[in-house]
Ligand binder design. Sequence first.
Ligand SMILES: O=C(O)CCC(=O)C(=O)O
Ligand SMILES: [Fe+2]
Length: 409
Amino acid sequence: MGSTPANLESSLSVPSVQELASQRPNRVPARYIRDEDGDDIIGTNPSHPSLRVPFIDMAKLVNADTQQHELQKLHLACKNWGVFQLVNHGLPNTSLKKMGNQVERFFELPLQEKKRWAQRPGSLEGYGQAFVTSDDQKLDWNDMIFLKCLPIQDRKLDLWPQNPPEFRGTLERYSEDIREVTISIVKFITMSLGIQDTHISESFREGLYSIRMNCYPPCPEPERVLGIVAHADNSGITLLLDCADFSGLQFLKDKTWVNVEPIEGAIVVNIGQILEVMSNGIYKAPVHRAVVNKLKERFSIVTFCYPSPHTDIGPSNELIGEGNVAIYKKLTHAKYFSKFFNRDLDESMAPKSLQSKKRKSIGESSSAVQEVFRSIEHATYSVKLGAMLGVGWRWHWAVCHYAWAYHVS
Ligand SMILES: O=C(O)CCC(=O)C(=O)O
Ligand SMILES: [Fe+2]
């Protein structure tokens, strides 16, 4: 696949956050402290309790009597939020719990044991931290293990933990189950857009599925750090299992960070940038982040789902014509990733309108991604991606680092 930018080819090793937290410091090291005047910390506004991430009931989508009504809800959820909590999706709570339990048991292991499956230079896959490319880069309060799960031939089993003993089998099964849910929910999402053709949802049958398992240790100064800095996912769609009984995941909605209150058995589904493009911007990839807790550790299991690499990424033909112009260019899967992540970086070239420090509303997400695609049309247009997205470099990092993993073998 595409070449990899030099600055992404190696990762500087940083301490395990779990180890740091286990020493019970009173203060957080400076590298984790976010800039309160910059683009990182925008406080949650608790005065909007009415803002709640919508719920979608898969059983109602499947039932012919309730389908139309639930499709309408789904359409509004995707259009206004880009995220929803999916219930009655068919995955038994016991399976979800088992997956969560295996992840917790993995992170409970001594550091040296976890390091048996540590990331290697040049790849994000394995146990470690999100990639770190410079000594002054701010760090997330997060340890993780990131693994490509499907298709099976993409698995690097030497990075798949064998401790706890049931980890591998549970993850294998979980990724296959998640694929089924993904195909179904993408089918309903395309129906909610009025698309008749099922090729988009079918492209997820041969799709790529990578799972990032996150551990957010307790933090002495939670309001000064982030578990994961604000970003939008570059996936087709992302399915997140929240293993906690308290909130940590937040979505930016109407300039306010809204907590996702975990619901037992629910899966949080958010639109990724590929579906944003396929929907011709009708649905947007929402900006989200993770915050951390002073006393409690939190785990999440995040599946990034991509359509088959043989699928072109562009607006659905059914959504253009009759006065609706394609606002994104169609690209091959490979080109989408290589153009997105292997560009010559030069912030000064960014359009003025996108150079604002803060990206506050999901409405801006669309124009940001459009701008990327437009600039791709003019290949000479060399722009720093983070600036194009109207955000800082650290945010850029969070946006791109998952997909980059596909390009490094
Ligand atoms: O763990 C969370 O709540 C958020 C994780 C996330 O957004 C990601 O891994 O992309
Ligand atoms: Fe994310």
